[in-house]
Design a protein. Structure first.
Ligand code: ZN
Length: 154
């Protein structure tokens, strides 16, 4: 069973998450992002740990990534190192530590999920939408109001 970062908790189907290793501190982080999702996650069987982060901290100091890691990031890294399991994360710094210390890792979002999570620009005035390639926000060419990046409704 892999160690899972919070992006996996947010986006993966529940049956894929079951049995995975996670840090208690991630639940708190998840509640801030989506309380409904946090409730669902709490309802399934997962391995919640509060790891000793010392070895993870040492590894992150050695690779130079420590300043870019949150305390939650460090805990999930620690869990991956302690259990020896593959770490699923989209965090570049976590991936970097794993790469340099030769610990297995994989991105949370594969090609398929990138297609699922499309983004669009939506005007806050007239609600017009248009496709985006980047998350750069622009003004609406119909009414001139700012357009905000939103997750596209499929
Ligand atoms: Zn508009």
């Amino acid at each position: 069973m892999p160690a899972l970062d919070t992006a996996a908790l947010l986006h993966w189907p529940l049956e894929r998450l079951e049995g995975g290793y996670v840090a208690h501190s991630q639940l708190e982080e998840l509640r801030k992002l989506s309380s409904e999702r946090a409730l669902l996650i709490e309802s399934i069987e997962m391995n919640w740990l509060t790891p000793d982060v010392e070895d993870a901290r040492v590894a992150a100091v050695e690779t130079g990534d420590l300043p870019r890691l949150s305390s939650v990031d460090l805990e999930i890294l620690a869990i991956a190192l302690i259990t020896g399991e593959k770490l699923f994360t989209d965090d570049y710094s976590l991936q970097n530590v794993c790469r340099k210390i030769n610990h297995p890792f994989e991105a949370v979002s594969n090609r398929k999920s990138e297609q699922l999570w499309a983004w669009e620009l939506r005007c806050i005035g007239c609600k017009a939408t248009r496709k985006v390639d980047t998350k750069k926000e622009i003004d609406c060419d119909i009414c001139g109001s700012p357009m905000k990046v939103k997750r596209a409704r499929n």
